[in-house]
Design a binder for this molecule. Sequence first.
Ligand code: BGC
Length: 325
Amino acid sequence: MQDKNWLLAVILLFGVFFYLFICFAIDAQKILDVATELRGKAPSSKQPYHLVLIEQEQSHPYWQMVEKGALEAARQYGMEIEFNGPVRFSMEEQIKMLEKAIAAKVDGIIVQGLNDSKFSPVINRAIEKGIPVLTIDTDAPNSKRLTYVGTDNFEAGKQLGYAVVKATGGKGKIGVIIGSDTAENQILRLQGFQSIVDHYPDMTILSVKSSNISRIEAIQQAVDMLQKHPDMNIMVGTSALDGIGILQAKKSLGRNEVKIFGFDNLPEMLEAIQKGEIVATVSQKPYLMGYDSVRLLNDYLHHKSLPKEHYTQIAVMDKSNVTLE
Ligand code: BGC
């Protein structure tokens, strides 16, 4: 009888232990679930990289193409990108935006570099603070920027020169509208162009003026030049809206003999080439500049080394090969 009681007591004790063990296991699982949930809700240790791209001018059709490419790359690499730029082209504004990006401690800056003594020190300050800076479209070669992404502008100027020679036989009086006299890309394009013209004694550059990348100013400068120089029969524009502006000036003055050469591939430019109103353009790759600059910054942030220059392609388009893109 006593044995039976002992057995019952042992079974009971075992049952109690078993019950307690099950309760413990259930509670442990609950604690584990809560912990997992909490871990999921905690801010992820790796926020996406935040980049800033500073343009020459906001809402400019050329820079909108750059934005498209940069956005696409940012989407692909899981980065955030913010676009900034003065409402109206101003180097002082661009510098302020650069300073703001440095103060905000962004993870990377892509900026249209202006080769100016005021601009490069600000780029250098960003680099010294550990923020990688890439220049896009226009370089600041004396700064400590990591890479320049864009056209080889001296070469592009030469290509413009060859296009003019091909269409005119190397003879004519030329007017040049450049986008800006502070932007390195415009100065290099002009130098490249001049280097070709110099080989042709019957070609002369009569005047060079800046449009400040504005179509209206390009029209005004072109009207002014054509009125001052009745013998001017070739006009070239070295930024996106210059050729189109020159065309309007030529039409308004009825100067049909003037042959126009431009830059970039905005739809209006391509249409004008198709109609034979503009002879040729040197087309750049703004979408690719945007895309590649973000791609390279992503490489850098993942510890890959960068080239000093990353040149994007150019192509001369005339009536024989123009396609509306
Ligand atoms: C140049 C840019 C400029 C744009 C707008 C392009 O040809 O590469 O620097 O902002 O034209 O005029």
